[in-house]
Design a protein around this ligand. Sequence first.
Ligand code: HEM
Length: 410
Amino acid sequence: MTAAGESAVPNLLSPENLLEPWALYRDLRESDPVHWSEALQSWIITRHEDVAACFRDPRLSADRTQLFVMHQLGEGGMELVKDYVRVTAQAMNMRDGAEHARPRRQANQAFTSQALDNWRPTIARIVDSLLDRVQAQGRMDLAVDLAEPMSSLVMTELFGIPASDRERFLKWAADIVTFFGASAGDVRASAIAANEATANITRYLSEVLQSRRQAPGSDLLSMMLHFHEEGRMSEEEMVANAVVIFNAGQVSTIDQLSNGVYELLTHPEQFQRLLENPALVKPAVEEMLRYVPATPFIHRIVAEDFELRGRKLRRGQLVFLGMAAANRDPAVFSSPDSFDVSREPNKHMTFAFGAHLCIGAGLARRELEAALQALLRRMPGLRLDPERPARPRCTSLVLRGFESMPVRWD
Ligand code: HEM
């Protein structure tokens, strides 16, 4: 590979490389760990040590909405995404320093271990009710019948919203994160869809917040309203953070469950180990997160020029931090390309690192554990359906999951 790397490096967004990126990540990690992609006009960082350092480096900013939109759509693109920009820029994941820490501290209160443990029975009930619907038929689509409704029903319960509205929320979330993820498809179309979805979800949640003012409950929206009324969160921040929590809470957990179960079913000896020793569920969930992250990369903007491994990163450039590549770095993981449900320690980066470490990591872990436990208990003969192949979905560097995953059991 050349120093600049580009001539020898295939297109990161080609369908083959999006679906099977592991050899490409290995090449980048070994030969060009701080890679400039001409095609993406972005830096690609792939070593564990560098990804961790970048997550903590204040010269890389999370405040990326406007520059990201310009990068994706060029001058004039802002007109297409006015609502998206207005709302997204107020959310905690797009802020730095004290402006991030304040809303994050408030929202953390809903995600303490104690609060999340109180959710375990609800999560288990949701999982069981979904499996009750399909148990007798001996087959289901794991992505559509379990992963999607599980994550979106957990979020509607957390927000105290009618379950009957969950499909609207799912569509809005998908439209927003597709644009956020720098999708490989028609960028203008995905921008317009994200803008419309942002306007719709914002309107819906603002109306619910209005009604919670009269009748507060114990849900997350009532909690955020409380912070707002105490002056700790502006009205716009409250709505924007509700939107980001709702969206992030659904999309990645859906993809992560499908990604992880697919690996278990294509490594039957590991599935058998879990059946024989259900105490391995916790490390198995960590290994699913490490091996096939729902979020392979996340982006940042260079706020101040700096050098990394001799490459000059310039103010305003887009940087993709590669959690999936870091998760297979042999400097940190022994036999990184082996899927091992008992792997310990497991310092994967799937939930990011530093100030923006995923606020929902504890909730996602509890959901993944509950789903896996129920599948092992109720469907020990689970296998991929040989007649209907699974359809993976990966159209951006930031999101990776399954459109469909037909499975069977006896
Ligand atoms: C397996 C499932 C999940 C994965 C892989 C995942 C991944 C991530 C990653 C990589 C980040 C860092 C983003 C950045 O640095 O810019 C993040 C942040 C975030 N996640 Fe998750 N997430 C998951 C589940 C959830 C859930 C269930 C929720 C909410 C209930 C959630 C809410 C958030 C929020 C609000 C942030 C922003 C935190 C901040 O900026 O301080 N996520 N997540």
